[in-house]
Design a protein around this ligand. Sequence first.
Ligand SMILES: C[S@@+](CC[C@H](N)C(=O)[O-])C[C@H]1O[C@@H](n2cnc3c(N)ncnc32)[C@H](O)[C@@H]1O
Length: 477
Amino acid sequence: MTANESAVPNAIDELKTLSKIIHDAVSTIEHVTTSQGLTFPSPYTPVTAESERPRMLPQVNQACAQAISAAYQLINDLRVPHGTIGTVAMQYSLTSCLGIAEKANVAEAIREAGQKGAHVNTIARASNIEPSKLARVLRVLATNHIFVEVAPDTFANNRVSSCLDTGKSVKDLMQSPDIKHAGTTGSTATVGHFTDEGFKASGYLQEALFDPKSATSEELDCTAFNYALNTKLSYWEWTEQPTHKRYHDRFSITMAAGKSATANDTVWKAFDWQSLKEDSLVVDVGGGMGGQTLKLAEMYPHLRFIVQDREQVVKAGTAFWDEKMPGALQSGKVTLQAHDFFQPQPVRDAAVFFMRSILHDWADKYCLDILRQLREGAAANTRLVILDSLVSYACVERDLEGIPGAARPAPPAPLLPNLGHAGIINYYKDIHMLEMLNGRERTVTHLAELMHQTGWKLVQVQHGVQTITGMVVGVPV
Ligand SMILES: C[S@@+](CC[C@H](N)C(=O)[O-])C[C@H]1O[C@@H](n2cnc3c(N)ncnc32)[C@H](O)[C@@H]1O
């Protein structure tokens, strides 16, 4: 007997229940969007802030998550198990094809060809790639609903593939490939990062986990990435090499872009930014160029900000701010500060120490150091706000009871308590962090324990539904 054989009366009942969950979720989506005068985007609606508004409604977001979770479970119930295992075993082809489409400027070439799409011979000219090979790559993607094959070997963009469009001309991209991601929303930079150095690292996770030299390591320079790239440098040091500048720049744009992934307002509700007094100081620790601070500065103009990061990153931030919020640096509203977060914190009057996507880069022993330095720098009323992917166990978590906001409403059976595939990106990110840096995404309980050990108390949690991040708030104890 397998684990759940006794839990479900029979297979057809489970299939019917899952189908009903999907049906009910779609009815909710229809009802809520219509009552708000909104239209749920079709697979061909271009991605804009407006097109995403329906999904930002908590009820719609929740319904989407349940339908995704049920649909994926339904697929696995319906497909022959060997088909599932085989498909998953070869999932790397999909990652590979997505990376090629990004690098080959496919979305841009199709956009320039017009709405009816373009023959692969035309598309292939955007990167001088061999057309018949590109056609096979694009067919894999179209079969996964990324691009549409509108006629044999002729491909058009759809809603998902439009996320690969930088909006730049193919001519410019071919002349200067290194400018591809500059000034974009960053989604192509993100695809580039994951499908290139991320994908290469992933290919060596077996070596990293089975070789006794690296198997139990918590160090940044003893990872799958190190095996893959045959380097002794940590990922951060590697990107700082002059010959790797384009990787460095692409990663910075990826991080600045992540702010749109957290645009779902629910995630911000764990902390009342508005209630902070005029001119209160928010320190974005390891803030990159300041992509997340930019979002905060736009939403809460009464606050002041310091963005701290490594010297090289902070230098690149000047141009970012001059473009995105002219005058912010000159007026003192935003300050860029070179600071190593393992060293004593220079700011002692912060209202908030804010960290997004920082702790997940580091193994526990390093997180404890970072949190200790912040605790040393904290005043009695300083708050610690952490934005990171929050992973849940794939079973019910009783430990969460008692932490405000931590427990999620249980989804209807037989969906997984963590909503399964709806949040799968968090689990992929967890493995990505392991591969690149020996880092990890953490559960709420795990974060609470790290905070407890460093003089912080976790007082509030806000999960993101279907978004990649959640938020936790800590106070000094
Ligand atoms: C995953 S990125 C997150 C950036 C930013 N918080 C965001 O969400 O866009 C991690 C950041 O940590 C920075 N970092 C790494 N080691 C650091 C250190 N010792 N001191 C300060 N920043 C560091 C990196 O330069 C990078 O910008």
